[in-house]
Design a protein around this ligand. Structure first.
Ligand code: PEP
Ligand code: MN
Length: 345
């Protein structure tokens, strides 16, 4: 349920409403918007309480929310969430590009790629140190050493870093080295991991499970939010369909749908979404046109010899750089800003 109060409602009235809600043993989440204040209730609400709240000073309306996720819903929080990390604002009109290899392979590799990612104009360096591989005998990542290599490259080239965390035990160490923690598609419903991320103190990029509905996706985000971490990004990375030509089917509709249902920033991953290098450029542009707040794109200097199978979907550095130049032109057409270094003098 949500209580809607006018934007002019004095803070003391808001606090009185919150006190009544908390007295009933429920949680109250206050969200101040530009035209109204929303107080979201979590817990089961007796009709008597709803009626009492309706009569209170400043209350314009009391509305039942039937969705199972609350904190992730736009009903609870009408304004967009903007996640600010060291001067980069995700979800706030600035197009955010995360680029880099599938996996951190060596210090030299991540350093070389970081330099190219920065020169192209991206704000975030991506790279997995812990890799979720389909087979147990495949390369599993460089682990903690990879985290350290990536943190050094990020620092040296003035880039934020994002890396995948696969188990609750590794959340603390990943949070120590990376600016953003990524939950992979295979772990979207790893509820212990999601709960742990609720208290990790770092923003989380949650990838959509490849067979998950929007409702399941938003409920997974709810676990992190309910744990006390408000900084969650939703990432569409393609879903399983009957089509086998592409690795996955990038669900472009997810971008506007998630933005309608939720206030959280939406990021698109056209690399895993298509699995084919030649499709990454058009699907990046399509994602921006559909309103994505950011992109996460694989790029490699030697994709044919990459240590994961994802070289086939990795852009070459020149393609990445040309793509970002095009995004600089495309972004303003959809109300976003993005600048490459060539135009920043
Ligand atoms: C990745 O980003 O390299 C990755 C493994 O992604 P996903 O979880 O979407 O497959
Ligand atoms: Mn990958």
């Amino acid at each position: 349920m949500i209580v809607i109060a006018g934007v002019q409602t004095p803070e003391e009235h808001i606090q009185a409403i919150v006190a009544v809600i908390e007295k009933e043993g429920l949680q109250a989440h206050v969200s101040h918007g530009s035209d109204r204040t929303i107080i979201g209730l979590i817990g089961s609400v007796e009709p008597k309480l709803a009626e009492h709240l309706r009569q209170m000073k400043g209350v314009e309306n009391v509305v039942k929310i039937s969705k199972s996720y609350k904190l992730a819903s736009r009903d609870f929080h009408p304004e967009n969430t903007v996640i600010s990390i060291k001067g980069v604002n995700i979800g706030g009109g600035e197009l955010v590009i995360m680029g880099g290899p599938c996996a951190v392979e060596s210090a030299a590799q991540i350093d070389e790629i970081a330099a190219l990612v920065k020169a192209a104009g991206a704000q975030v360096l991506r790279g997995g140190a812990f890799k979720p591989r389909t087979g147990p005998y495949s390369f599993q990542g460089t682990g903690v050493e990879g985290l350290i290599m990536m943190a050094e490259a990020g620092k040296k080239h003035d880039l934020l870093t994002i890396t995948e965390v696969m188990t609750p035990e590794y959340v603390d160490i990943c949070a120590e080295y990376a600016d953003i923690l990524q939950v992979g598609t295979r772990n979207m419903q790893n509820f212990d991991l999601l709960r742990k991320l609720g208290t990790c103190g770092k923003p989380v990029l949650l990838k959509r499970g490849f067979s998950s509905t929007y409702d399941e996706f938003l409920n997974a985000a709810e676990y992190i939010l309910a744990g006390g971490n408000p900084n969650v990004m939703l990432c569409e990375r393609g879903i399983r369909t009957f089509e086998t030509y592409t690795r996955n089917t990038l669900d472009l509709s997810a971008i506007p749908v998630l933005q309608q249902l939720s206030h959280l920033p939406v990021i698109s991953d056209p690399s895993h979404g298509t699995g084919r290098r030649e499709l990454v450029v058009p699907m990046t542009k399509a994602s921006v046109a559909a309103g994505a707040d950011g992109l996460i794109i694989e790029m490699h200097t030697d994709p044919d010899n990459s240590m994961t199978g994802d070289g086939v979907q990795s852009l070459f550095p020149d393609q990445f750089s040309d793509l970002l130049k095009d995004l600089e032109l495309l972004a303003p057409a959809v109300g976003k800003t993005f600048h490459t270094p060539s135009t920043i003098s």
